[in-house]
Design a protein around this ligand. Sequence first.
Ligand code: MG
Length: 160
Amino acid sequence: MQFRIGTGFDVHRLADGLPLVLGGVRIPFGKGLEGHSDADVLVHAVIDALLGSLALGDIGIHFPDSDPRYRGINSLVLLKQVWQLVRGKNFHLGNLDSILIAENPKMSPFLDAMRSNLAECLESTKDLISIKATTTEKLRITGRGQGIAAQVVVLLHGTS
Ligand code: MG
């Protein structure tokens, strides 16, 4: 069996009055992430991990922020497109592990819904998808509440 591993990392800036969408879940917070799409930092890191695992470039190559088609787009739509590339090469998800890095808000009430969204997009099950959350103890960009970061690793296995 063929195995491929990929890693993804992303950061977006927080701003007042924007919707906060993480893992496809709308989180009531009063602030949200800035970006060309819905700025879903977790899903962007998942996309980069998948693309990286198959050496297919990165999210900026596939979905350039100069392209008006992607303005405000739900990042789960982009993830589904990337997943079709993966499936087209006869790979399945082995497992996915991730960390959301943010001082606020509290992520735990929303993690299960995020896992469900990712499982659906990746034609997988929640037991193969882990989403954790941490703060940076008020240090760095995330600790000062200026942004939210996400880090992801995926393992794929090939079926051909
Ligand atoms: Mg991004």
